[in-house]
Design a protein around this ligand. Sequence first.
Ligand code: FES
Length: 526
Amino acid sequence: MQLSREEFTEKYGAHPDELKAIAEFAHRHGLAVKSSHPGRRHVVVEGTADQFSKAFGVSFKRYELPPAPRRKGMLVRRTTYRGRDGFIHVPRELSESIVGVFGLDNRPIGGRSNLPGDTPIAYPISVAQAAGLYNFPSPSASIGGQTIGIVSAASGSVGYVQSDLNQSYAAVGQTAPMVSAISPDGITNPAFAMNTTAAAAAGASTLTFGPSVSAGTYTSGTAIYGYMGTLYTLFITSVGTTTITFEAWDPATQTVVAGFVTPIPANTPVYFNVDGETTQDLAIAGLAAIGANLACYFIADTQPGWVDMIGRVLHPDPGDFPAGVNAPSVISSSYFISGGDDPDGLAAYGVTTSLMDAISQSFMDATILANGPTFCVASGDFGSNCGVGGAANQGFNNDICQSDKGRFNVGTPADFMTMGLHKSKDVNSNVLIGRDAMGLYALSSLCTHQCCDMNTTQGNQQVGTISATGIRCNCHISYYDNYGKPINTNQPAKQTLASYGLSLGCDGSIYVDTTKTVAATTRLMA
Ligand code: FES
């Protein structure tokens, strides 16, 4: 049975006596209770580092992360954090009530897939095409009652500009919903737009905004996306009272240059957003479910950031949504919390097991609450090159490049009379057919690096080049010999291509069975 938020709080929320005991513990150590929420089962306390140190028996130090190299369009992460040393102690009588203590350290956790974009052979498709490929149902008449929540876990450095979303929707003849921006810990949407107030010549590097640029929060050294007509990326180098000086990314030469590549007229809108991730997430989710409302949760990439966000999703604050807009029925995050859920994996990402306990309990709460949301947390949307599994994919962990095509006709013996490897006659077959002195054999055409199908062409490009001496995978350049063995030790593909069995059908055609692999020495005498 699913419960209203009131019923949930009554049945599963923190008991008033527990909240009182925790408040008394905080007060004994001089900590102030900032808020407490029985439904979320959260108590937020504030005080000095010394007070927290004494209350929980820990010590603090400041740590520094290695500086992240600046890359085009990449998030510039902060490099220092407050770290906690020692086990966290709580009074014995409270130990049954407390699942976790979060925020004693504020190290960044989690992240997102940090791989360099699309595979060389990848072609964009529209959101509508992707939705069709995944058999997304068409939005029903009740879609307006649904809200999709997007998480921007970037400590307020990645945001969206509503006009970008408006343009994305307008491109398919739709009207974008006004996004509800929600700030569980006071982190707000950092993205904004300003119009230039004076022209700048090509080669200049300073833009003028008036009367003041103080509306922005950016400081010297922060990387910024600036979109002006065609897309140009700008990097702030200094900020004046009414001016900002930039370096520019020249898309023609793919280099950072000192001055603007084109003249910039007065009244040109410049969009300040270090990264398109949140805009992309909102646009894709929204356009896959046109008519749904959108919400965006801006959070710190820290343990309390995630805890507070999930609590706020399950138990919204009054005013989080305008009248007539419901709380999210689904939450989607392209930022992940940890790269592994075993103790070593968690530790590597700065995640404690108590955070996992707290999140697991919250997810269970979501199943009990009426209209409780589904949480989807993924990674890998830096283009289609997620670094594992399929040729062009979105974070699927498909470690083995295996055909799923079953048994099918690949041609006749006459099609493969010459020695060496041949493409299958069926370009969608995922197999290559070889002939040597022993007979015919079949190899998987899926490159063992990231499963590019070397039997196919994409656009006017050959995915695989088949020659007398073997195969070249053009996705990231790997070579195989005629029997599917990788040739170079330093190439991306390391494993031998799978071998499949061939048989001769009554119709004189050759059939391959891709449901199981066979020994590489298997031959069809035909
Ligand atoms: S898929 Fe990367 S080299 Fe073939």
